[in-house]
Design a binder for this molecule. Structure first.
Ligand SMILES: CC(C)(COP(=O)(O)OP(=O)(O)OC[C@H]1O[C@@H](n2cnc3c(N)ncnc32)[C@H](O)[C@@H]1OP(=O)(O)O)[C@@H](O)C(=O)NCCC(=O)NCCS
Length: 103
């Protein structure tokens, strides 16, 4: 079975640090497990230490095959989108066993 890729996890700035991102990650875990997936992957910007810490707390570990060139989508206030090249660290989480959030 292919590995699902979680893309663009974002919470509006005024609602951050209230547990919404963690809840979204829990829903992802539950739904993908229920669908029979064994792993989930995501890409995170190299300088996004805060998000990497959150993912590690949720059981994501670094993919051992190096960085991947991706495209970041920036949503502008006028509704337009800007596309920028971004080098990402890939993180993977096994979905079997004890996959609850820690910390
Ligand atoms: C990452 C993000 C989705 C987390 O959502 P959240 O609702 O704030 O998450 P929670 O409240 O469940 O958990 C808080 C954790 O989020 C992370 N976080 C908080 N503010 C953040 C920010 N501005 N950017 C990135 N991560 C952030 C931290 O790890 C924090 O945990 P800490 O106590 O160790 O600092 C949210 O902060 C966000 O939208 N950030 C900007 C977009 C982004 O960087 N997305 C990730 C792309 S891979």
């Amino acid at each position: 079975m292919s590995v699902p890729l979680l893309t663009h996890l974002e919470v509006v700035p005024r609602r951050r640090n209230m547990g919404i991102g963690s809840e979204l990650l829990d829903v992802v875990r539950q739904r993908l497990s229920a669908a029979g997936h064994r792993q989930v992957a995501l890409g995170v910007g190299l300088d996004n230490d805060d998000a990497q810490r959150l993912y590690k707390r949720h059981g994501y570990v670094e993919w051992p095959h190096g960085m991947v060139k991706t495209t970041a989508v920036i949503y502008l206030s006028d509704g337009r989108r800007q596309f920028l090249p971004e080098l990402c660290r890939i993180m993977v989480k096994p979905l079997d066993g004890d996959d609850s959030a820690h910390g």
